[in-house]
Design a binder for this molecule. Structure first.
Ligand code: BG6
Length: 484
């Protein structure tokens, strides 16, 4: 179904995100025929490019980041003809606003502003848009994460943006919600009543959520060193995945029903006292090591510093959800840069047998949900070992991979979410109260860290994090997936 003509305006358009994710996503959806050349993508940044020079840059980026689609040069040319560039310093009232106003003359079209700038600029930008009368009734604004660096700054940003846009026009993006595997959690749980019966502390001994990356901080050192893994990944992506995994069934798939249920999970997370932070949270930073047979430098060197800063590139957390459904199930979250593998996955470990009757004691079964790469499920169950004498059992897996099961190509997360924003479907975006509830839970951890209560533990690049990460689970008699 074809989308009506729209204007999509990206602030901060010369950045990494626009070139790597946003424009490639639009190109692919254009290729899929979801919109026509009537749409316009207006890219805004301070640099004094001409539109032609900017389009050349975009062409290069698309050849790199959407290589397959960009091979069709006719299509690529058609797409580039709807991309334009306006050089504008949005913090300056006397900057080039007239050109933007001119480009946005048609007030009836759907208009989406995408703010891919520093979050501190979100509110001033919205104020400037209002001042220049560039907000129509059909205007939405998309805010990239992170929304602020603390509860206070997040609230200020939300208040600031909220002065110019009603909440239903504010789309806070978390690209993890655009991932097929994360959305599939809804189907897996609520379209399979039999599975949902197992979905509680009665059957689940613990849950692991891992988002491990092999890359380092790359060219984003300046941002990352201010942010750290907690603000970059945990406060948003990991907590959102946790919500999708742990929430009760929503009355419908409407934006508010979904978000109400997610919010309940965030509010039910056990708040951390400084003592609990010491015992349940690990913060690490990578040192030099080897990944995929290549030597890689440590964090300080990646930043170009002589000495390491105090920023964490790894976090592992043990937490609980204070509900009758989940109260007896620890949830372990971990994320890090320069780890042994690029993997985003969830493991639900089933409870062991209460009374052993077999020759050996099998390790309890589990359900593994792979979000990336190789999206799919693996259900590990105990099975009689046909080769062994007596009545020995061992684990065997039922595997489902999306690639084999569904032949059609599916959209990457930005494709899905950008066009949801254009269509006006907010279900996979984050509501204000969710952002603030996430910060409320994260904040005591950050503040304990500031008081120096959790030392920064080194881990060699290419490992699964600091040594103490294993002990965090061993305490509960559990182990991480790679050790199972
Ligand atoms: C981003 C973080 O939000 O997510 C990055 O800022 C991180 O630091 C990225 O690399 C991970 O996303 P994905 O989709 O590759 O798991």
């Amino acid at each position: 179904n074809l989308i009506d003509p729209f204007d999509f305006i990206i602030f901060g358009a010369t950045g990494d995100l626009t070139m790597r994710k946003l424009l490639p996503a639009f190109l692919r959806r254009f290729h899929a025929g979801e919109f026509t050349q009537d749409a316009r993508i207006i890219c805004i940044a301070r640099s004094a490019h001409t539109p032609d020079k900017f389009r050349q840059q975009v062409r290069q980026a698309l050849k790199e980041f959407a290589a397959d689609t960009a091979k069709d040069t006719t299509l690529l040319d058609q797409f580039l003809s709807i991309v334009t560039y306006v050089a504008l310093d949005a913090t300056k009232p006397d900057s080039n606003w007239d050109e933007l106003k001119d480009a946005l003359k048609d007030q009836a079209r759907t208009r989406v502003y995408y703010l891919a700038t520093a979050p501190a600029l979100y509110a001033p930008l919205c104020a400037a848009l209002a001042e220049h009368k560039l907000i129509t009734r059909a205007t939405r604004v998309v805010l990239e994460k992170p929304i602020g660096v603390s509860l206070k700054t997040a609230t200020q940003i939300n208040d600031g943006v909220g002065r110019f846009f009603p909440e239903e026009s504010i789309y806070r993006i978390d690209h993890y919600l655009g991932k097929e595997g994360v959305q599939n959690l809804l189907a897996l749980r609520f379209a399979n009543p039999a599975l949902e019966k197992l979905w509680s502390s009665d059957a689940i001994a613990h849950v692991q959520i891992t988002a491990a990356e092999t890359v380092g901080v790359g060219s984003r050192g300046a941002y990352y060193d201010e942010s750290g893994a907690m603000r970059d990944m945990v406060q948003n992506h990991l907590l959102q995945v946790l919500c999708m995994l742990a929430m009760d069934d929503p009355a419908s798939l409407s934006a508010d029903d979904l978000r109400n249920e997610k919010l309940k999970v965030l509010n039910a997370l056990r708040p951390m006292t400084p003592d609990m932070v010491r015992q349940n949270v690990i913060r690490g930073q990578y040192t030099a090591g080897r990944i995929e047979n290549k030597d890689v430098p440590g964090y300080a060197e990646d930043l170009g510093h002589d000495r390491a800063t105090n920023t964490e590139t790894f976090v592992a957390i043990r937490t609980k959800i204070r509900t009758s459904r989940w109260g007896n199930t620890p949830f372990y979250l971990r994320t890090g840069k320069r780890m042994a593998a690029k993997t985003t996955e969830i493991v639900l470990q089933f409870r062991p047998q209460v009374w052993p009757i077999f020759t050996n004691t099998p390790s309890p079964g589990r359900l593994v949900i792979r979000i990336a790469p190789d999206e799919g499920l693996s259900l590990v169950l105990a099975s009689k070992d046909p080769g062994a004498g007596g009545f020995r059992v061992r684990n065997a897996a039922l595997n489902m991979s999306y690639e084999n099961q569904f032949t059609m190509e599916y959209q990457d997360s930005y494709e899905r979410l950008l066009l949801d924003a254009v269509r006006g479907n907010p279900a996979l975006f984050i509501r204000r109260d969710e952002v603030e509830a996430s910060w409320r839970w994260v904040e005591p951890i950050l503040s304990s860290w500031r008081q120096g209560l959790s030392p920064l533990e080194p881990y060699p690049a290419g490992s699964w994090g600091p040594a103490s990460t294993r002990a965090l689970l061993a305490r509960d008699g559990a182990m991480w997936h790679e050790d199972m």
